[in-house]
Design a protein around this ligand. Sequence first.
Ligand code: CP3
Length: 339
Amino acid sequence: MKNDLFLRALRGEKVERPPVWMMRQAGRYLPDYMKLREKYSFFERVETPELTTEITVMPVHQVGVDAAIIFSDILVIPQALEVEVQMIPGTGPVIPDPIRTKEQVEAIPEIDVKDRLHYVMDALRLTKQELNDAVPLIGFAGSPWTVFCYMVEGKGSKTFDKAKAFCYTQPEAAHLLLEKITHATIAYLKEKVASGADAIQIFDSWGGLLSPVDYEIFSLRYIREIVEAIHHLAPVIVFGKGCWFALEEMAQMPVSALGIDWTISPHMAREFTQYHVTLQGNFDPARLLSPIPEIKKLARQMVDNFGKYRYVANLGHGILPNIPVAHAKAFVEAIKEYG
Ligand code: CP3
């Protein structure tokens, strides 16, 4: 690997400077991506390895990040489980027939992930070729809880109250669904590593909606099951949006890094995790709207506060569609110029 800063930071090794990449970097704010979006539907982009590869390497070439993340979506897992997912431009994901009964959960079949999601594996192999070991390639999945939220709610939501209602009124059916998602996700991530992913990130975007007690019951135990099944195959990063309350517990898992959002200070996050793991984050994505000198100053301060080692510079959640490319670049440059 020509640039292995990211993998070294995940192993806790000394680095000249911290590596940097941005969640959701492969897409929506890049003009070249928007052009492809006019020509091909979302799932055409996701299911055509040549398009997926082109989109995945875009931010490496255009913004200069130290890692690529394969262009895909967390909702390919429900699709593989034969639950229909539509991506409506301007609205987001819609599941026309959401899961609301035990019978529906029981009807979800055992599937061969390798067969159903072969296009993801083809895309990983093609992207590895295209990257030619310039930077590492990240594979990802949603946490079982976050995927469950969409499967039960049927669409995005600020509160996911239907998903929560399902957990609290039909816990047995909810756990059966979470188990089915967990098993498919483990098989999926193992196959992703076999197809070339150098590291894995699990996105628990909606974990922060749960109370600390419910977080362990409905989210963390399933994340732990996944981490335990794959950590010996590749380094694993767990990003829990709004999950600061669980950081201490999360640091006990065999993860290489924990992702954090911008609502916790670097100091507190280090206190909770005690340098057991590398931390990744946590620039407020909306702060990329600030003038460039301000972005650079805040990015440098962020590294000062996390420290240079056991740290991966990133945003605290996905990059927003209205961020100018020059601002994203300035953020990346500030980290590259550090020290
Ligand atoms: O760097 C990358 O962008 C890699 C690819 C990636 C996508 N989705 C592509 C995408 C990744 C890592 C995801 C993860 C994802 N998808 C998450 C977890 C991360 C997070 O942001 O919390 C979640 C919750 C989803 C579900 C999802 N997919 C939503 C809510 C939406 C609609 C809103 C949005 O983000 O625009 C999507 C659609 C989606 N997934 C788009 C992209 C580029 C936008 C659609 C388009 O460009 O046509």
